[in-house]
Design a protein around this ligand. Structure first.
Ligand SMILES: C[S@@+](CC[C@H](N)C(=O)[O-])C[C@H]1O[C@@H](n2cnc3c(N)ncnc32)[C@H](O)[C@@H]1O
Length: 228
């Protein structure tokens, strides 16, 4: 049941305030849609002042960013695509390493935030399921805390493989089932995403045609790497 008290508490738990309550009210969605709306607002398609603060902050998912950058070892000559780029901090760091950087996100607000935070990167509004890029456009593809939200992960991995050059590499950071319900993956977001065991992630990448698929699991944070 979504009584006003529950809604106010849920908004508070995610650090949301009046602006977000107003956005929920004007959405005119039925009460039963609140948990989906909240999941979108805070993570799946972020919007609002608080989302811009969170995803523009230096420490947002910095552990995932570091793991991805270490795995990809970007250098001048690399062309990186980040899918679900949020506020664009990984793209900014890729530019500092001398790589060319392209970000894609389906949230308009994240697209404009990433354009601010990663000036020099190309940022595109689009969806992971249908990447608006030609075959072989990139040497590396990254996803940080996005994979969890994909309804058809193999289809997206196939898209990643399509836009990579032969030998191109992918690095994906996601959250393992043991973190379900913890601050890393709280409800109601946790129930609206997909958790995979390490071996399942490897199998998904293999199914999409990748080779040298491997997962490193650090206290429940999983880094999947693979090669086209
Ligand atoms: C939890 S945020 C993570 C943002 C950023 N990667 C980070 O680590 O801070 C998930 C991001 O992925 C985007 N996203 C989720 N599903 C997507 C999809 N199917 N296509 C494009 N973007 C997507 C969301 O809009 C959001 O910006």
């Amino acid at each position: 049941m979504n009584d006003p008290e529950r809604i106010a508490r849920a908004l508070r738990d995610f650090g949301l305030g009046e602006e977000d309550l107003h956005a929920w009210q004007v959405s005119a969605l039925p009460d039963g849609a609140f948990d989906d709306w909240l999941t979108d607002r805070v993570a799946r398609r972020p919007a609002g002042r608080r989302a811009r603060e969170v995803y523009g902050a230096e420490d947002v998912h910095d552990f995932a960013r570091r793991a991805i950058l270490d795995a990809l070892a970007l250098a001048p000559g690399d062309r990186l695509l980040e899918i679900g780029c949020g506020g664009g901090l990984l793209l900014r760091d890729a530019l500092l390493l001398g790589a060319a950087a392209t970000g894609l996100d389906h949230s308009r607000e994240m697209v404009s935030l990433a354009r601010e935070r990663a000036a020099g990167a190309e940022i595109v509004l689009g969806t992971a399921e249908q990447l608006p890029f030609a075959d072989g456009s990139f040497t590396a593809v990254a996803m940080s805390v996005v994979f969890f939200f994909l309804p058809d992960p193999v289809a997206v991995l196939r898209e990643c493989r399509r836009v990579l050059v032969p030998g191109g590499r992918v690095a994906i950071y996601t959250t393992s089932p043991e973190l379900r319900g913890t601050p890393a993956a709280p409800e109601p977001v946790a129930s609206r995403g997909r958790f995979y065991e390490d071996e399942e992630l490897v199998e998904l990448a293999r199914l999409a045609g990748f080779v040298k698929c491997a997962v490193v699991n650090d206290h429940g944070g999983q880094l999947l790497t693979a090669i086209k």
